[in-house]
Design a protein around this ligand. Structure first.
Ligand SMILES: NC(=O)c1ccc[n+]([C@@H]2O[C@H](COP(=O)([O-])OP(=O)(O)OC[C@H]3O[C@@H](n4cnc5c(N)ncnc54)[C@H](OP(=O)(O)O)[C@@H]3O)[C@@H](O)[C@H]2O)c1
Length: 309
């Protein structure tokens, strides 16, 4: 019988890429929207588990956003993510669901941690203030998974920690967007209105690691199949980072925009560097395939065909 997968956050960027991936055909995917199943509501979540008894949970739901959104709504980022994480994970444990993949993010690493960021650095220092609430909630969910598996090793509750992501189904609106879709939108608009200058927040030197979301999804399907053989927490990254200026330059080149950049150093840029250590992932035997240029080309095509249509 086809195993049952409960996918949370199925309408989001990662969730939609999971549903669209060719390996999804190996699973009977149940993917209720937030209207059908509000993950903030614990009794609804427990009822859902009782009625469906999934073989596997992949937890992608949450309140996710860039620096501006995190700064504007710190209460919601902490509260929603902590409650949703707790409900999905404790609901699964109470219902006796044995396999769960929880998604965290590299923002859970301490602000001053030495790069590349190894999994054992979690909780070894203060968090980056611009996304502290989100990071705290993600750390609670990660620890909850570890405690559950430690108390009863028949529960395989593992956390994957992806680096920053971009790709199809990303958010492009300036209030909620992450860096790469925000750059695509800004440079596309500059090109359309024949502007020759675009502003970068900060001095452009902060470094970030970005993975094409489809690559992450390939790793998630592999991790589902091999859940017994992956570490309890594992970074998923590309293994190299670029300056924010380089991301702007790459998008400008893909879009064939001839302009230049100005720097607004009064704006926050978050951590100086966030590069994940991928030794555990490499030992596991997985590496993402898509180059930055190819990923940006594909995301820009998606933007033209689906966002601007
Ligand atoms: N995007 C990145 O760069 C990135 C990087 C590293 C890690 N991650 C992690 O990857 C996961 C997925 O991220 P994403 O970018 O795909 O996020 P996203 O696009 O913002 O999607 C979030 C999803 O959560 C759902 N959700 C929010 N509140 C809910 C509620 N109360 N009940 C049920 N569903 C609810 C949303 O459903 P509705 O639309 O119906 O509200 C949506 O499907 C998150 O855990 C995130 O931390 C993301």
């Amino acid at each position: 019988m086809t195993p049952l997968l409960f996918l949370t956050g199925a309408s989001g960027m990662v969730g939609t890429n999971i549903r669209n991936h060719c390996s999804a055909k190996n699973w009977n995917v149940i993917a209720p929207s937030s209207k059908e199943l509000d993950l903030m509501d614990y009794s609804a979540v427990t009822r859902f588990y009782e009625n469906n008894k999934p073989n596997m949970v992949v937890h992608c739901a949450g309140k996710v956003g860039g620096i501006s959104a995190n700064l504007m709504e710190p209460v919601a980022f902490l509260d929603k993510n902590i409650v949703i994480g707790r409900n999905v994970i404790m609901g699964a444990r109470t219902a006796g669901v044995k396999n769960l993949l929880n998604l965290a993010s590299t923002c859970i690493y301490p602000r001053e941690a030495v790069n590349p960021l190894k999994e054992n650095l979690i909780l070894e220092g203060r968090l980056e203030p611009t996304n502290e609430g989100y990071a705290l909630a993600k750390i609670v969910a990660l620890r909850l998974c570890q405690y559950i598996s430690r108390e009863d090793p028949s529960f395989n509750y593992k956390t994957l920690i992806p680096c920053n992501l971009y790709g199809h189904f990303d958010k492009f609106d300036p209030l909620n967007s992450h860096l790469v879709p925000a750059i695509i939108q800004k440079i596309h608009q500059a090109k359309s209105s024949k502007e020759l200058s675009v502003e970068i927040w900060g001095n452009g030197s902060a470094r970030r690691e970005f993975m094409f979301a489809e690559d992450l999804v390939e790793a998630i399907f592999l991790a589902m199949e091999q859940i017994l053989n992956i570490p309890d927490i594992m970074n998923l990254g590309v293994g190299n980072d670029h300056s924010i200026k380089k991301y702007y330059q790459t998008v400008a080149s893909v879009l064939d925009w001839p302009g230049s950049f100005t720097y607004n150093t009064t704006k926050p840029t978050g951590m100086v560097q966030k590069l994940s250590d991928i030794s555990a992932q490499t030992k596991w035997g997985w590496q993402p395939k898509t180059s930055l240029e190819d990923g940006i080309k594909s995301t820009y095509k998606y933007y033209l065909e689906h966002i601007l249509k």
